[in-house]
Design a protein around this ligand. Structure first.
Ligand code: XMP
Length: 325
């Protein structure tokens, strides 16, 4: 039977045996997989681990700050914070097609990752938070015929991109590859990962950029970040955060007429997307209370300049997808 304690002990032994005194690089996103992996590796090899945290500017309000505070401040894990907001915004300037947007973000990620790993390197290993379901699914990792090692040809959290350039190949280390998601959560919890990360809702790699339909601008990012914060604030305050698989806001590029005081407004609508799901493959829209909807709607329209209407998405998956892009 699987016990977390035994798994931790065995993993630490294996990681140390494999890595020796070499250096390991990890792309940290702040999600449960990469965070658990960072904690586990740090326990095993301490400062031989470097976490690269690329801030593309599409994260939720306060997230980069709290991630740094937690990893560096509280747990003294090496984190290289890469501020790349302008680069990413520039990379998707004028782009309206969702797939092009994803691709551009993915490619920019690879570019930044490549540049920065050269600057910070050399590294011997790339650590990835690959889970068991990913291992079964994927045929996109090559095995080095000489050593039998798996060699990285892609970055998991940005799976819609081609992969790393030929001259930037690492040996892979994937300590979570025998685990399912619920086991990762147990593991994370047992090695000290705070509950807020262990139980965090899934958040897509391209982040808020795919929740702003059409062109992404700095102004729209600010609007959506504020609206999204209110959604989380309200469900946290009511103690219902864990009732949802995901609960978020989407910003539409259209505008509609409204009235505020004695002023006519002409501003964007925000869509609320609250869903329940087991695995994200299928999903049901959540039957939330009118009180909650009213509170969120009032706050968004009153507190977020640029939004004058809030609507609720009542489409399940299929036929809808969870995200709007
Ligand atoms: P959809 O919209 O396809 O979403 O129903 C299913 C789940 O996947 C997440 N998602 C993504 N995650 N990169 C990611 O890392 C992406 O490009 C991406 N698109 C969707 C989505 O949040 C949901 O949990």
């Amino acid at each position: 039977t699987w016990t977390t304690e035994a798994f931790v002990e065995e993993s630490i032994r294996e990681i140390r045996a494999k890595v020796g005194d070499q250096r390991v690089l990890l792309a940290l996103s702040g999600g449960v997989d990469s965070s658990t992996l960072a904690f586990l590796l740090h326990k095993a090899i301490g400062d031989q681990l470097t976490c690269m945290f690329i801030d593309q500017g599409f994260m939720r309000k306060g997230e980069p700050e709290s991630l740094l505070k937690l990893f560096e401040g509280q747990f003294h894990i090496n984190v290289e914070y890469i501020e790349a907001r302008d680069r990413f915004l520039k990379a998707i300037e004028g782009v309206t097609d969702p797939e092009v947007k994803r691709k551009r973000i993915g490619h920019e990620f690879i570019h930044v990752f490549e540049e920065e790993s050269k600057r910070l390197g050399p590294f011997d290993y790339l650590a990835q938070g690959t889970l068991y379901p990913d291992v079964i699914e994927s045929a996109d990792t090559n095995v080095d015929p000489k050593t039998g090692e798996r060699v990285a040809v892609k970055i998991k959290s940005h799976h819609n991109v081609g992969g790393l350039p030929k001259d930037l190949q690492f040996k892979l280390i994937e300590p979570l590859r025998k685990l399912f998601k619920d086991e990762v959560r147990k593991l994370g919890r047992s090695i000290g990962l705070p509950e807020e990360i262990v139980q965090r809702h899934p958040f897509p790699g391209p982040g808020l950029a795919i929740r702003i339909l059409g062109e992404v601008t700095a102004e729209k990012l600010n609007i959506l970040r504020d609206a999204d914060f209110i959604v989380r604030d309200e469900i946290r305050n009511r103690g219902i955060y864990h009732d949802f698989w995901q609960a978020f806001a989407v910003l539409l590029p259209i505008r509609s007429v409204g009235v505020m005081g004695d002023q006519r407004t002409y501003a964007h609508p925000v869509v609320l997307r609250f869903i329940s799901s087991e695995d994200g493959m299928t999903a049901d829209w959540s039957r939330v209370s009118y009180d909650l909807l009213e509170a969120i709607s009032n706050r968004i329209v009153n507190e977020v300049k640029g939004v004058n209407r809030v609507v609720y998405d009542i489409t399940s998956k299929p036929p809808g997808t969870i995200e709007w892009e």
